[in-house]
Design a protein around this ligand. Sequence first.
Ligand SMILES: [Zn+2]
Length: 464
Amino acid sequence: MIRLTSLFFLVSFFSFSYAQNFQIDSIQLKKVYETVLTNGDVYENLRSLCKDVGHRLSGSNGAAKAVQWGKIVLERYNLDKVWLQEVMVPHWVRGDIERLDFISNGTIYNTNCTALGGSIGTNGGVLSGNVVEITSWKQMEELGEKDLSGKLVFLNRPMNPSYITTFHAYGNCVEQRHQGAAQAAKYGAKGVIVRSMTLKFDNNPHTGSMSYNDSLPKIPAVAISTVDAHNLSKLLKKDPNLIAKMKLECKTLPDTLSYNVIGEIIGSEYPEKVIVVGGHLDSWDIGEGAHDDGAGVVHSIEVMSLFKNLGIKPKHTIRCILYMNEENGNRGGKTYASFVKKSGEQHLMAIESDRGGFSPRGFSVDGSDSQLAVIQAFERLFEPYQLHIFQKGYGGVDIGPLRDGKICLVGLVPDSQRYFDYHHAPTDVFENVNKRELELGSAALTSIIYLIDKYGFQQTGFNQ
Ligand SMILES: [Zn+2]
């Protein structure tokens, strides 16, 4: 009887504590959302990053300017500490000339192209040759050296539109861009032309990283738009002997010193335990890197701003990291992870925003089942804000090197339908980011960080 009574009290205590916490947290989340939607800095910060700094590829003047920009903006929020962490980054430059012409039956088709990041140039000359269209590695292997040697290989496999999450379509196709030159070089090809990684049918070529195989010759690689890929495929069917002429001036210079930009609010109870929020400061050198990843940068800054403005004193240290060099090396993410390893600092969670400034839909959790259960227990609090994805999944590139079996890595998951319309393209500009959608992203990040900071992963206090 005594036992039953204590059980009754225990259950009532937890129910009471759950209901009370739920109410307090609902009010806090509402404040976060209202503040950012009525009085947030996130949109203006994105405008400034895109228009005052512009694109900012690792090693460029734009990237150096972005580091100073990030430091100045973070310093505005009276954080406990703002500092720069040295990172050596690759330095690839596009050069002034990018030219691609197709010549068929005396007609010259000048085609808009963009070199892939890391590609070699054409050595001051013009690369010319016949073009062979490929839509699978198997087909490439079957054609082999006899059909591909001395040719330009045209990789024209489209992203699969049947996936609901466009990141899956990208993930299943991007090897074409990343490994195309190395694969084609195996069979003696002298260049590659890659269909842009987008589901949109338009005239914009999309750049992105690529890699070489050091034991094979390096050959130049460009991307063309989906419309041009469609037209080239049609033209090749009519005239398999058409000639491509390519001229590129891109090259890789020696590594350059750059920085991760870091700002933090020191925890009131556990200053030695850290929660990271971040996005990457570098971008490709076309467009303004507005969605990729200006959005993640200003989202993360806004988390700090909201903690300060709302007077939320975190128990753990909240650290905002604007990573350098996600796009072509991930040196910033690796440098930060090795700093953590050396310092022995304990990290509870790292959360990343690098999927654009679109309406947030939830979080993907790269952590243990119990960490996932803790995050899933918060789902009801996010119902009014229409977040419903609380599932296992990928965290992000920058936070990836922190994985140690203990830390919980989390990715903010926005709606993905339009991300690849702009990704790595000249259209990834401020004007293509919606103010409210961007703001909602910072509110979602701030809310989940507030909750994890308050409850930790020990499942005390909140779970029913
Ligand atoms: Zn990115």
